[in-house]
Design a protein around this ligand. Structure first.
Ligand code: HEM
Length: 665
């Protein structure tokens, strides 16, 4: 039984166990009901010859256990891949006593996402709806969902982020990281979780004082944990604590609303803009905030943690990212630590960091699959999907498909510099890369999440250092050299372009974008017959995204275009850093000297190897892939770029892997 949007996006091991518990409870209590439903569903399917093929699994339980074992494993799509080999890219199976059509077909996935609210809709159990609130965008359907979704998208639009969030995010990151004590042993995932929650509290509620942030963060944390638990609303159960957390959050939110109305107080949080710019009833305001909090918290935290994990496994990528990030500090000189922060221009000039984020989203499987229900009998190609059937676009399987990506289980941020991948890379509309979903439920927090992750990476890699205490055996299993995937010979565009060409491209893109928009939002348009402001907003966002991608490409192309093939591969180039003497390798060595007597740090043995996908589920959940292994990371703050002396030698100890599932409790 799926309990929450979170469980659809990032099932963790704890969640899997709670799924089992729920499954058993439901199976026992609802046996008769399920058998009835099963028979009904079967007769329905019996009548439709073209129901996608697939195995039926065990009675009632169907394939539920295989399914959850797979998504908790190091390679979530493994169950799906087996079925695909037997039955094709769209197949059926039985989950929780209900038929599910699972797809690894990018085009069908896009079709499902685009037809949200028309042929398909997301569906959640009542327990989850009660927890996140029925007035929030996640559980809302139809017109209400569209309205809330457009408010959320508008609040977190790219151009608003620079005014409302840029500096606040940096301040919260600095404060949160600085708060970890020297010699404190902290799991990396806990650092990221704490950080993500503090960011959410700050950005949604505009709360900035440390005590208030901590108080709200605790309530939020109770709430989020309960979303992943067995839905028993009795004292002692996490679900009950979460419901209490929800009540307390609502009390806080109502206080903010009251003070805002009485004293015209204003802050920088989304809530203030919501109150100023929109006219939602108070209870809808609370649910709106709670929904954003829920959807944006774990997703961002896990992406941050995965990014550091993958980078730690891949020293070349780490170095390139560190060089890119340190260049901003070098430009700003010693002012940086005191008063200056990264500017919007800086953020827009981080091509490699953006590649790292995209690669982390692709490989890390943050959004593994989406869950929908057919609202009608849907005919797609040769298939008929009966009304009421679950429909599961399995995004991760597309992201890890070797027919779509070269060496898909390798962390290779450079792949995104390859012009051939530029179209794929459009995470707003590409069928091949949809880490933020698509269609009417496309993640409204996507830009905010990317900004938070980029800024986190900046402060993390330029200000802290860490080391793996134990080696990851996975990294040694497959030894690979990075090869430059952006062979200049393959460059079809971007070279020698003149203005007219550019204009032509822009014009064509405009036309095709219009078609995309009318296609994607076709259902809405049919009713109204014309593009509305939402459509135009959407269109503008798409155009901006593409322009960004194009600018990024131009920037990233230059060095490759100018370098001869003999100098390839680009990622292997080692350049001295004139200003900042600090290098990850050096840092790691020195850290080892401080912490352990080992002559070499673990990642040096990793050398030029590109890490294989370790355990996409392992890092957040602490399970599988590297089950018994703990890679501890020593985090040390360096006070000044260029200062080779360690002023604060042992800031804190992080661990990339958690060897237990406890943290999800
Ligand atoms: C790396 C971080 C993130 C990832 C990978 C991610 C991914 C996704 C995905 C795949 C969906 C679509 C779910 C579906 O179609 O059923 C979604 C929806 C959503 N996301 Fe995100 N998200 C992230 C961060 C955020 C942040 C920071 C926020 C807000 C502060 C946010 C708010 C939402 C909301 C409100 C929805 C529901 C939209 C709707 O149902 O209309 N997300 N996210």
């Amino acid at each position: 039984m799926v309990h929450s949007l979170h469980s659809l996006i990032i099932p963790s091991v704890m969640e899997v166990y709670s799924e089992y518990c729920v499954l058993i409870i439901i199976t026992l209590i609802s046996l008769i009901f399920i058998i009835k439903y099963y028979k009904k569903a079967k007769s329905q399917i019996g009548n439709t010859k073209k129901f996608p093929p697939g195995r039926r699994g065990w009675p009632i339980i169907g394939d539920s256990f295989n399914w959850y074992n797979a998504v908790a494993s190091s390679h979530p799509p493994c169950f799906v891949e087996q079925q695909v080999q037997k039955y094709g890219k769209i197949f059926s199976c039985s989950l929780h006593g209900k038929w599910a059509v699972v797809s690894v077909d990018p085009v069908f996935n896009k079709f499902v996402m685009q037809n949200e609210g028309k042929l398909f809709q997301s569906s959640y159990p009542k327990s989850f709806r009660d927890l996140v609130g029925k007035n929030g965008v996640i559980t809302a359907q139809g017109e209400q969902q569209r309205k809330l979704h457009s408010i959320a998208s508008n609040m977190m639009r790219l151009d608003k982020l620079k005014f409302h969030f840029l500096n606040d995010i940096q301040r919260v990151i600095q404060e949160t990281l600085n708060n970890f004590q020297d010699n404190e042993v902290i799991l990396l995932q806990d650092v990221c979780r704490k950080l993500a929650i503090n960011l959410m509290v700050n950005q949604l509620l505009g709360v900035s004082s440390e005590s208030e942030v901590n108080e709200m963060a605790q309530l939020f944390s109770d709430f989020v944990d309960g979303c992943l638990s067995v839905p028993i609303n009795m004292p002692g159960f996490a679900y009950h604590t979460a419901m209490k957390g929800r009540e307390n959050i609502i009390i806080k939110i109502n206080k903010i609303i009251e003070t805002h109305r009485k004293e015209a107080s204003n802050g920088n949080g989304v809530i203030y803009r919501l109150l100023e710019e929109e006219s939602l009833p108070d209870e809808a305001v609370a649910d709106f905030i709670i929904n954003l909090l829920f959807a944006g918290n774990e997703t961002t935290a896990k992406t941050m943690a995965f990014a550091v994990y993958f980078l730690t496994q891949c020293p070349k990528a780490m170095k390139q990212l560190q060089d890119e990030q340190e260049s901003f500090r070098n430009e700003k000189g010693s002012n940086f630590d005191n008063e200056e922060m990264l500017s919007w221009q800086d953020y827009k000039a981080m091509p490699f960091t953006q590649c790292v984020i995209d690669e982390t989203l692709r490989l890390g499987g943050i959004a593994i699959w989406l869950m929908r229900e057919a609202t009608n009998d849907v005919v797609y190609g040769d298939y008929v999907i009966p009304k009421g059937c679950f429909v599961v676009p399995f995004l991760s399987a597309v992201h890890l498909n070797e027919n779509i990506y070269d060496e898909p289980r390798i962390f290779n941020p450079w792949r995104w510099m390859n012009p051939e991948n530029q179209e794929k890379r459009n995470w707003r509309g590409s069928p091949f890369f949809a880490p933020f979903g698509g269609g009417g439920r496309f993640c409204p927090g996507a830009e905010l999440a990317r900004l938070q992750i980029a800024l986190f990476l900046h402060y993390f890699v330029t200000t802290y250092r860490w080391k793996q205490v134990k080696e990851d055996p996975m990294a040694g299993r497959e030894v690979r050299e990075y090869t430059n995937l952006t062979d200049p010979k393959d460059k079809k565009w971007g070279k020698g372009k003149d203005k007219i060409d550019d204009e032509e491209i822009a014009f064509h893109r405009m036309v095709s974008k219009m078609q995309d928009v009318t296609g994607e939002r076709g259902g809405y348009l049919h009713g109204r017959g014309a593009l509305d402001s939402d459509d135009l907003l959407y269109l503008k966002e798409q155009m901006e995204a593409e322009e960004d991608a194009e600018r990024l490409l131009r920037r990233t192309e230059k060095p490759v275009a100018n370098s001869s093939p003999a100098l390839l591969p680009l990622p292997l180039r080692v350049e001295p850093k004139p200003k900042s003497g600090i290098r990850q390798q050096d840092l790691l060595k020195r850290v080892v000297e401080v912490k352990s007597k080992k002559p070499k740090v673990s990642n040096s043995s990793n050398g030029n190897n590109s890490p294989v996908l370790p355990s996409t589920r392992a890092m957040p959940s602490g399970k599988s892939g590297a089950d018994n292994e703990e890679i501890e990371t020593l985090l040390v703050r360096s006070n000044e770029a260029g200062d080779r002396k360690i002023d604060n030698p042992v800031k804190s100890l992080l661990s990339v892997y958690d060897s237990s599932d406890d943290d999800d409790d």
